[in-house]
Design a protein. Sequence first.
Length: 288
Amino acid sequence: MKSSYEDLIVFNPNERDLRWRYAPVGQCIYCGARSYSQSQPDRRLGLEHIIPESLDGRYLLPEASCAKCEGITSSFEQKVAKRVFGPLRAHFNLPSKRPRERPSTFPVSAYFEGAEIPVSVEVPVAQHPLSIALVKMARPYFFRKKKWDEAWERRLIVIYPGGMAVANARMNEIAKRLGARRIEIRCGVAFQELVLLLAKIGHSMACAMLGLNAFYPFLPELIIRKDSDYLRMFVGGCSEIITHDRDSMHDIILYRVKRGKNIFLVADISLFSNLNAPYYSVVVGRMY
Ligand SMILES: [Zn+2]
């Protein structure tokens, strides 16, 4: 079935650097709860950062998450922030809840002459050959005619935020200083958590911009269950970037896609789009 873009709902680029606070929801956008928790029924629902605060996310959705769902979403957010984007966050000095615990060094693997097994060596952030490991994914199954039982098609890609030449120069420098044969960068990977995070960003952005009642949501139950495997139905790579803003740190584009009689809501998301990180597509739901 051929898809056509119904229309685009794009941010005003001039507003991108501001903190943007959307209207309070008054209901948990994941489980529908109207109170924060059983032990604190009078407390307001939690403030949702659409993109995690740890990645300098500035779009805020007030009164949007209960205590239980907050616990679930923050567990995978923290893993991605720490494991995948840790060195980058330190380099750009992005917000941290525990700045004192922020590591000042990150490991590289050093191969010494005559040794098969590398030695892990800690290198200060300023000298580290910055890199992040992300994944290129196939389009969400939702858009494809493939059989479900196939493995998730994905491959690892490494991005060098300062450019590959700089990373290579830094690796050579470290090798020289240590007297090592060669240096390899160790990147953290958190595939499942990244998929959950993309689903969370797409869903919360759609709730912020259109409201909970505008669409039938595909993602909240899968997010709560942390069902990253089934999420490949709705989360995957982005084949064609409709419009992009490589200047801002993160980029989200929300749009409607018409397929047959239905209109679906899709978010294209790139975390660190300014560093040429890949775009992902998230099918958020069906418009009522
Ligand atoms: Zn909830």
